[in-house]
Each structure stands twice: as C-alpha cells, then as structure tokens.
Design a protein. Structure first.
Ligand code: 3PG
Ligand code: CO
Length: 570
C-alpha cells in the first residue's frame, strides 16, 4: 500500500496559495524574427526572465527527459504534462511500442491474439496518423505492424490514413503516403490484398479531442466504416495531391476521401467480422473514435451501421474508462501523481466546497480551454480522467471556439481562463490553482507567424492577471511550459539557418520544438531564502512536481525527481 502522507518540508510553510501556470508551446530560443515570443510584447514573462537569476531557469522538455525514445524527439503536451504531474520519468507510449515491436512481444500479447481471430475471414483495418512526428504515432511502427500482421496471417489489410502537417512539415503527407503505398505494393506481391482505403486531414477528420467537436469523428466514421466521403479517388497519392492543390488546403485539414475500385465502390468499408487497430499510441485524439468503435450505447452522432468487429488500440487510451478494452501494448503505468498526493495531504481549514467541513481539504482548482481540457487534468493526473477526490478538486472548463483555426482568434480564451484563475485565488477556497494557457501552442500549430505573435502577447497578459492575483493573496507562483512551439516557427538546417522550399519561401515549422522551457517562481508568499539549486544535473519537467510540493510545504516522495529549489538560511 502507498504511504500517502508526505513529510513536512523542514523549512517551507504550509498554507500558501500556489498558482501553477503552464504556458503551452512556450520554449526558449534565440531571439530572431521567427521567435514569436521574442517578437511579441511579453513584458510579464520578460520580467520573470530578467529578474532574479535564482528564480528563473530553463529545464528540458523533450526527448529522454520526458520518456521519449531519443533526444531527437520533440516534446509534446502529453509527455510534458505527464512529467509535470507525475514527478518521475516514465517510458512513454512511443518507446513502449518501439520495444514491443523490437522484441516481437506485441504479436504474442492478448490484444494481437484477439484481432488475429479475424484474419481468416475478415479484413484487418489500421486507422491512425500517418507521419513520423512521433507525437501520436510513427510511420515506422505502422510498417512493422503491417509486416508482422501479414506474416501472421492477415490476408486482407486496409489502411485508413490521417494526414499530419502539424507534428511534421505541411506537405510532407505526400511522401508518407508514397512510402506506405510502396510497402503495401510489396505486400501485394506476396499475395496480401493490402490497400489504403480512406483518408483525410487529422484536424478535420477523426482526431478531435476532449469531445470538442464530434462532427470531426463522424466525418472519419463515414469514410472509414461506411465507405462514404465527398471525394473519391482511385489511389491515395492522387487523392492527397489533388486535395492539396485546392486553394487554402493543407495536410492538417484535408477533406475526407475514400478509395474506390473500377466500379466506384469503396475498397475498404469496415464490416462485420473485421478487425480494427487504431495505431496512435497517444490517447487524446483517439479516445473519441475508440468510443464510437466500442460503445454499444452511443449518441454522439448517428453511426448508421455499427459493424461487429474485433477492435484493439495500439495502447489502452484511458485507464479509468478501460478504453478500449483490448490493446496491443500496455500503457505506461503512471501512478502516485503529485495531484493525488496533494489531495491526500490537505491541511486547509476553509478550503471546502459543497459543504464539506472536514478540515483537511486540499483543494486544487484547474482551469483550461476545451482544446486543452485533458492536459492539466487527464495528462497531469497520469492519463486518468476524473477526480481523485471530488470534494477537494474542481475542474472548470472554459469552452473553446470550435469550428475555427486558432489563427483567426489567436487570443483564444486566455483572459477568461486567467480571470477564472484570479477568482479562484481570491475566493480563498483553493490552495492550488493550475492553468494551461494554450495560445502559443494552438496558434503556433497553424503556422501563422503574425497570429502567433498575437497569441504570445495574449498569453503574457493572462499571466499578468494571475500573477496580480497571487500578489493580492500573498501567494506563490510557478510559471512554466510543457514544450516549445511558438519560439521557433521555421525549419532550420543543422547550423540553425532557416530552410527554404523550392519557391524560395521559408519552410514554416508548425510543430513543437526541441527547445528547453522556462520555470519561474516567485510571489509574496515565497520564503525569501528559496532559490533554484545549482546541483541538479540537466533537470527536466519531471523536476517540477517535487518543486510544487515544496511550495505547499511538503517534501516530495523519495523516488520523485529532485526538487529544483533549496532554502538558504538567512
Ligand atoms: C496536437 O495533437 O495538437 C499535436 O499533435 C500536439 O500538440 P500538443 O502536444 O501540444 O497537444
Ligand atoms: Co501542441
């Protein structure tokens, strides 16, 4: 059994209000014209950076520091918030799938055995994001899965692709589809009837998240399951090239298409007896499809036809909902997160809501926009939906604008989020107020540099609202980020020079980066002797959890990554 009681911190007091602010997609990079944070007016973040050097520092937010396979892997919100919340580095989905494929164990597992039962009489469908981004999925893993499944008896395979352009360069979809087509044609030479069956851009087809817009999933369902889409093509390379040629088109938002045979019939609708694997390892953007595929009771859209299939996720996407029931690789077991510890170590007397007056409530208020809703809850809490203790936590959702790309409204809901955070701090009911400000990331992903500058300014203004409230309540703030994005908007060569495309234009970087992110602490409630330690070697996001526990007056559990702070005797 877990000993949940945290030791008291020898020097830091309890009872301070702590605001934990996560700027999404806010890294540190050289100041140039493609660094939107540098270009934007960001006086608040600038003042943190240029203030006391022992209160501002950089930490790693990518690669092995957050459990990714290698240091060439950029950070992302899933692994970033996992590390921030869990205080330890867990081998993440990308890495777990790599090992399961390398050892071949993936093919001996329960999940694979289950879908294999369909190989004799049914089709194996693979659905997921087709790129080498390594955030949600990786093409080389799909290739190994195709190889392994066909060697183990899959005779008919259909791949339903989602084009990326968000974790990788826009336009790279064509190359990924060509690579996949080449693999499939090699399988066909070996007698496997393997084809791409449908496709669409990830942001418009299938990969919505946090139930923001079910019509996205429906468009995918129609193409993948029903074999119906507004665009029909004979092959997928032609499909992607043609659809990309439309004015304003890009990989992220390609409309849905199906591949049809000579007679015009879709080549790969999903029917009774088939097997389906969703090959994304990351959960947030596959959960909605998983529900549509798995739930008998489902009312989010009219599925029209619900095939009886054997379905497995690459991973189990939600450990709380046990969704999906079958999966090829077990997800990281992220347990004993800081959120759970803090809830179980409450000492606040007046911090109760809904009439609870047990005198031991640690109340944790979490505020986010819908597009990032799960980040500081689901991911922060170790890929767990729901509350640890509903009486002590309140998760407030500010609805996102839906149906637009965020370069149109780059300020998003930053002010609303900040005002809710402010109100929560001023209310006195909460010991911790945690927010995610999504602007730098969500607008950065659109590749619109001007809009991203506006986004960064908006995030900075939101930080001000929160820090002012911290000031008013005599609290403490910790401001950080989950990974880089807005600080570098151009693809660079090894020497750091912007790369140009064939027409001489710079290649816009819509994705995250490998950059470190800031951690800043302060506020009137911060013990004056607190400063960042100089003896923590190459700290990363996982060191933040112990730090936050200290700010609440607790020592972190022994196996947490070390705290970033120490308290000088003065
Ligand atoms: C997305 O899902 O939007 C991107 O692939 C990753 O962005 P996030 O990790 O910031 O959510
Ligand atoms: Co992002």
């Amino acid at each position: 059994a877990t000993a949940w009681t945290l030791p008291d911190h020898p020097k830091l007091p309890k009872g301070k209000k702590v605001a934990v602010v996560v700027l999404d997609g806010w890294g540190e990079a050289n100041p140039d014209e493609y660094n939107c944070i540098h270009v934007a007016q960001t006086p608040v973040m600038d003042s943190l950076k240029n203030g006391a050097p022992e209160k501002w520092r950089l930490v790693k937010a990518h690669g092995t520091a957050v459990g990714l396979p290698s240091d060439d892997d950029m950070g992302n919100s899933e692994v970033g918030h996992n590390a921030l919340g869990a205080g330890r580095i867990f081998a993440q989905g990308a890495k777990l799938v790599d090992s399961a494929l390398a050892s071949g164990k993936i093919f001996d597992g329960e999940g694979f055995k289950y879908i294999k039962e369909s190989f004799d009489n049914g089709t194996l469908h693979l659905i997921g994001l087709l790129s080498d981004g390594g955030v949600h999925s990786r093409l080389d893993q799909v290739q190994l899965l195709l190889k392994g499944a066909s060697e183990r008896g899959a005779k008919r395979i259909r791949v339903h692709i989602l084009t990326d352009g968000r974790d990788v360069l826009d336009g790279s979809s064509v190359g990924f589809v060509e690579t996949l087509e080449n693999d499939l044609s090699q399988l066909r030479e070996k007698g496997v009837d393997a084809r791409i069956a449908s496709g669409g851009g990830r942001m418009y087809v299938t990969m919505d998240r946090y139930e923001n817009d079910w019509s996205v999933v429906k468009r995918g369902w129609d193409a993948q399951v029903l074999g119906e889409a507004p665009h029909k093509f004979k092959n997928a390379v032609e499909a992607v090239k043609t659809l990309r040629a439309e004015p304003g088109a890009n990989d992220q938002y390609l409309p849905p298409f199906v591949i049809v045979d000579e007679s015009g019939s879709a080549v790969g609708p999903i029917v009774d007896g088939d097997a389906v694997v969703t090959f994304n390892f990351r959960a947030d953007r596959m959960t909605m499809l998983a529900k549509a595929l798995e739930y008998a009771d489902f009312d989010k859209f009219d599925r029209v036809r619900v095939p009886k299939i054997r379905y497995a996720g690459m991973l189990q996407y939600d450990g709380e909902l046990l969704l999906p029931k079958r999966y090829l690789v077990s997800p990281p077991e992220i347990d004993r997160t800081s959120g759970e510890y803090l809830v179980k170590n409450g000492v606040r007397t007046f911090a109760c809501r809904h009439g609870h007056t047990d005198g031991t409530s640690f109340v944790d208020k979490v505020i986010i926009e819908t597009v990032k809703f799960g980040h500081v809850t689901f991911f922060w809490n170790g890929n767990r939906s729901g509350y640890f203790d509903e009486s002590k936590e309140e998760y407030v959702e500010v609805p996102s604008d839906s149906g637009i790309t965020f370069n149109v409204k780059p300020k998003m809901k930053a002010v609303e989020i900040a005002e809710k955070a402010r109100d929560a701090l001023l209310s006195g009911k909460f010991d911790q107020v945690r927010v995610n400000l999504p602007n730098g990331d969500m607008v950065g992903h659109t590749g619109d540099i001007e809009a991203t500058v506006v986004a960064c300014k908006a995030a900075d203004e939101a930080v001000k609202i929160i820090l002012d409230a911290v000031e008013q309540v005599g609290g403490i703030y910790l401001v950080t980020a989950d990974h880089g994005n807005a600080e570098d908007m151009v693809k660079r060569n090894k020497a750091g020079k912007p790369l140009l495309d064939k027409s001489g234009a710079i290649q816009i970087l819509t994705s995250h980066t490998l950059q470190p992110v800031p951690v800043a602490i302060g506020g009137p409630g911060l013990h004056p002797g607190v400063k960042f330690r100089s003896d923590v070697e190459t700290p990363g996001l996982a060191n933040v959890a112990a730090t936050v526990m200290n700010l609440h007056g607790f020592e972190a559990p022994a196996d947490y990554e070390p705290t970033l702070i120490e308290v000088a005797d003065n």
